[in-house]
Design a binder for this molecule. Structure first.
Ligand SMILES: [Mg+2]
Length: 272
């Protein structure tokens, strides 16, 4: 076996989400690439950088698109953030985010404070994807940080690939607003930070050098893989074309760039 674990991005890599319908469509070769990994003895992990849903919501949606992920082997930045914040000793945090963020935080045993004017002091704030906010919520989060809370986010990606093109990364936009107002840097747990790969290591027993990371974003999956010392494979089915992947310095570049996952299985046979 060439790699012990294959970590696939979801949006733009395995599938495209139709935001209006809440469904996924598998991208060419995605189902076959997963099957090839399993045949080779490589554990398959899906790691999205979106926090639209709690991890549990993705399994049936992806299964409807023919993409079957083992229970516990689907990660989101919110799930990574929740585990990390718990390990850092936070017990009560203000969350500005939807179910995709609040569910993993609650499951980690952390008390959630809603971003309201009378929220009272908190030690940390966590930003996740939500469309359900206004000036009141934004002001509450900013006030909490002005009052000393540490700011965190699952992801600060500027946008995601969707079936309708670029979709705004809301928590990235909120993080920019928060940094603008407070001069405090928001700490990120999602890609390209390597915290998610630590969770993969715990799940699979694989060292990063025994992992292959596959994604459509050179700034996210490829950067995460190269930072951790994993093998990095880019695909041009999402937000980046081949020229974009090639524009990065050699040490931050994907080891291979594929037009689709249809030829991914060939890499599993290549000599390490
Ligand atoms: Mg993607």
């Amino acid at each position: 076996m060439r790699w012990k674990a294959a970590i696939f991005d979801i949006d733009g890599t395995l599938a495209l989400m139709n935001k209006a319908e809440g469904t996924f469509t598998a991208l060419p070769g995605a189902i076959e690439a997963i099957a090839a990994c399993r045949a080779a003895g490589t554990r398959v992990v899906a790691y999205t950088n979106g926090t639209f849903f709690p991890p549990a919501h993705y399994y049936p949606l992806l299964a409807d698109a023919g993409i079957r992920i083992e229970p516990g082997f689907l990660l989101t930045p919110a799930a990574v953030a929740a585990a990390r914040l718990r390990d850092m000793g936070y017990t009560r945090i203000m969350v500005m985010g939807g179910d995709g963020t609040t569910v993993p935080v609650a499951e980690a045993g952390i008390e959630i404070v809603a971003p309201t004017p009378d929220a009272g002091p908190v030690d940390a704030v966590l930003l996740g994807y939500t469309r359900d906010f206004g000036a009141t919520e934004l002001e509450a989060v900013v006030q909490a940080v002005w009052d000393g809370a540490k700011p965190f986010a699952g992801s600060v990606a500027p946008y995601f690939a969707s079936s309708k093109g670029r979709m705004l990364g809301i928590s990235g936009a909120i993080a920019a607003a928060l940094e603008n107002a407070t001069d405090q840097k928001v700490t990120v747990f999602g890609k390209p930070e390597t915290a998610g790969l630590d969770m993969v290591a715990a799940l699979t027993g694989a060292d990063p050098s025994e992992m292959v990371v596959i994604g459509d974003d050179p700034k996210l999956e490829i950067r995460m893989a190269r930072r951790a010392g994993a093998h990095a494979v880019g695909v041009t089915t999402g937000i980046s074309d081949a020229a974009m992947f090639a524009s990065f310095p050699e040490g931050e570049r994907a080891h291979e760039v594929l037009p689709t996952l249809e030829t991914f299985a060939d890499l599993l046979k290549a000599p390490a």
